[in-house]
Design a binder for this molecule. Structure first.
Ligand SMILES: [Ca+2]
Length: 193
């Protein structure tokens, strides 16, 4: 702001470093995308203190209008927030009154990447930070699918009509992530089931 006069000292005010997380609410409608506490996601520096940002992920690949369906997998590629004070909440739906899929806080480098999957066809992601101490924040990407896992965990194919994975032999579970015969059917434990 010209002539605002709010700054003292010899240094000019810095430009806003994190335009994507300034009391903002973004709606993402593509089949896949990415976002984070800054724009573009994954940039350097820390998030801003006293942040409150929201992202509504509601892909509409079939042009169905407001009818949400399908599965959305959200993967955090990096994550570092002040543990216990700065949080990311993920809800399976269009608002924070939907089912909470996870609340994340902390800075364990070994924890990323990690994923959550929603079943409602929409995800709401909220990020809050308090007024003290900031860390590197997060970058996340999402993928929409008719099936519980985009690509059915690489072990099956998605029947888009039914919205179900058809798993290769020896793999099961709704996303083909379960080995049907682990450890050669319990070689160590006797017979398999
Ligand atoms: Ca903080």
């Amino acid at each position: 702001m010209e002539g605002g006069g709010g700054h003292s000292g010899p240094f000019p005010p810095s430009p806003p470093a994190h335009p994507s997380c300034d009391r903002s609410r973004a709606v993402l409608t593509d089949r896949a995308g990415s976002f984070g506490d800054r724009d573009p996601p994954g940039g350097r520096g820390n998030y801003t203190q006293n942040s409150h940002c929201e992202w509504l992920v509601r892909p509409d690949p079939g042009g169905r209008g407001n009818k949400s369906q399908g599965f959305i997998t959200l993967t955090f590629d990096s994550f570092a927030t002040e543990c216990g004070y700065d949080y990311v909440f993920v809800y399976d739906g269009e608002s924070s009154s939907s089912k909470l899929l996870g609340s994340f806080s902390g800075a364990d480098a070994s924890s990323a990447p990690f994923s959550v999957t929603g079943r409602s066809g929409a995800l709401s992601v909220l990020f809050f930070s308090d007024t003290n101490y900031a860390l590197g924040g997060f970058s996340a990407r999402y993928q929409w699918s008719e099936c519980p896992s985009a690509g059915c965990s690489g072990r099956g194919t998605c029947d888009e009509e039914r919205g179900e994975c058809e798993c290769q032999s020896l793999w099961g579970g709704e996303d083909c992530s379960l080995e049907g015969c682990p450890g050669d059917c319990g070689e160590m434990k006797g017979r398999g089931r």
